[in-house]
Design a protein around this ligand. Structure first.
Ligand code: NAD
Ligand code: G6P
Ligand code: MN
Length: 443
């Protein structure tokens, strides 16, 4: 069996140790000969890398490991690039969240003005990774989950149309795990779903078990009552904080708007933005919660492992829910024809929707990449929402490419989350001020 070489870009990410542990847990399914970390922040990456080196030595000493900030070393001789970078780090996420709140507008990592600001930072970072991959390992595939995935996907479609990048999100995976639990299945893998939308902006239309029995009525009955909250919580490390519990409960109200489908949790920001503002603390947003929680724990624990020289008794957990990344890599490596939700160019998958939109739909994945499965025509309600949102995303990419202030102002004005053009401009001017280092100059 061939053994693979992978580079994790964003080696200093809070998710890196959980993903490494998950990869080590899946070596029988997906054998690895080499793991490399790449980051542009050597101090941050070193703390994660030193601990992961110990973990790898203890669990799989045959795997070669290195961490580097040199693109050539990182991207040479790799089969897969697993990319999760955050351009501007949590310091900038905090600004994305807090600046809109000053104007009574919700600030969120991937939605509304915060997501637009983050998109303007991410595009250049992800394009750079693609260029390194194509230069040093032209046969490799990039599995990208760097956010905001919708904007990043549109940018790579438009600016690197031939590149072998697949954009994927873990939110549907997390929600499907909850649905499975809610109806008494042991795994989401027992379900076959139909789904359409944009990233963080979509709906399930059909969910069946392997025998073809319709599970929608049972899941809907649960969501109508509890949203995606569970009576007995599952261990799903990515989405456990109190703010996530609030999001899962809120899905009940999101579902009520269209009970013929089941919604992605992120629609709460578009349907009930004022509730989110009322619930938010402008002095302490999700970025603060993550810095005090996940970041502190992961870095603290990595530093402890390095000092102790062993990972025995570690509280770092296998990010089991991230095993969808292994499913995707295997699909390409072994031509498994796995059915997965991916962010791909529409080209008719949603029949009555713009062909060049990047949509999230089920795909069959084999060695030549994803083949989208046609989801048919969509109703007026979803179509209207998606047309507005996809225009926002396309305007952001045009603004980035052309250095256009006007287009970015239009993007903010068009976002459902922003009440009017004046507030859009005030938020934009504040965002420009703090993003000078990361955004192209806008004229
Ligand atoms: P983090 O800040 O802990 O890690 C990001 C790392 O990327 C940092 O070490 C940073 O130095 C590095 N980085 C930034 N710019 C870079 C560049 N240009 N080149 C190389 N490295 C660079 O962030 P995190 O919370 O661990 O999240 C990482 C990313 O994964 C974010 O984009 C987040 O939104 C995304 N994410 C996506 C999903 C999904 O569903 N698609 C799920 C979870 C996380
Ligand atoms: C979900 C989304 C990701 C997002 C993450 C935020 O998993 O799918 O796209 O990055 O939540 O989680 P956080 O814990 O950083 O707020
Ligand atoms: Mn996501």
């Amino acid at each position: 069996m061939k053994k693979f070489s992978i580079v994790i870009a964003g080696g200093g990410s809070t998710f890196t140790p959980g993903i490494v542990l998950m990869l080590l847990d899946n070596l029988e399914k997906f054998p690895i000969r080499q793991i490399k970390f790449y980051d542009n922040d050597p101090q941050r990456q070193k703390q994660i890398a030193d601990a992961c080196e110990i973990i790898i030595k203890e669990q799989a000493p045959d795997i070669e490991f290195l961490a580097t900030t040199d693109p050539k070393t990182a991207f040479t001789d790799v089969d897969f690039v697993m990319a999760h970078i955050r351009v501007g780090l949590y310091a900038m996420r905090e600004k994305d969240e807090k600046i809109p709140l000053k104007y009574g507008v919700i600030g969120q990592e991937t939605c509304g003005p915060g997501g637009i600001a983050y998109g303007m930072r991410s595009i250049g970072g992800v394009l750079e990774l693609i260029d390194y991959m194509e230069k040093y390992s032209p046969e490799a595939w990039m599995l990208n989950y760097s956010n905001p995935a919708a904007i990043v996907a549109e940018a790579t479609r438009k600016l690197r149309p031939e590149s072998k990048i697949i954009n994927i999100c873990d939110m549907p995976v997390g929600i499907e795990e909850r649905m499975a639990k809610a109806v008494g299945l042991s795994s989401r893998k027992e379900m076959v779903v139909r789904y359409y939308g944009l990233n963080h902006f979509g709906w399930w239309t059909d969910i069946r078990d392997q025998e073809g029995n319709d599970l929608m009525p049972k899941i809907k009955a649960h969501v109508k009552e509890y949203g995606y909250s569970l009576k007995e919580e599952i261990e799903e490390s990515q989405h456990m904080d109190a703010s996530w519990m609030h999001t899962f409960a809120k899905a009940k109200e999101v579902y009520a708007v269209d009970p013929t489908t089941l919604p992605n949790t992120y629609l709460k920001y578009y349907f009930y933005p004022q509730d989110e503002v009322a619930h938010a603390n402008p002095e302490y947003t999700r970025a603060n919660e993550v810095m005090a929680g996940r970041e502190k724990h992961v870095f603290g624990e990595c530093n402890r492992i390095t000092k102790a020289g062993t990972a025995q008794g570690t509280t770092l957990e296998v990010d089991e829910h991230a095993s969808y990344i292994v499913d995707l890599a295997r699909a390409i490596a072994y031509n498994t024809y796995e059915r997965m939700l991916l962010i791909v160019e529409n080209q008719g998958a949603v029949v009555n929707f713009e062909e060049t939109a990047m949509v999230e739909v089920p795909c069959i994945v084999g060695s030549n990449g994803p083949e989208p499965i046609v989801q048919g025509k969509i109703p007026r309600f979803q179509k209207g929402l998606m047309e507005q949102q996809v225009a926002v995303e396309k305007l952001v990419v045009e603004a980035w490419t052309e250095g256009s202030y006007q287009k970015l102002w239009q993007a903010l004005t068009l976002s459902r989350i922003v009440p009017n053009a004046r507030i859009a401009q005030e938020i934009l001017d504040d965002l420009i001020e703090v993003n000078k280092e990361f955004w192209p100059e806008l004229r």
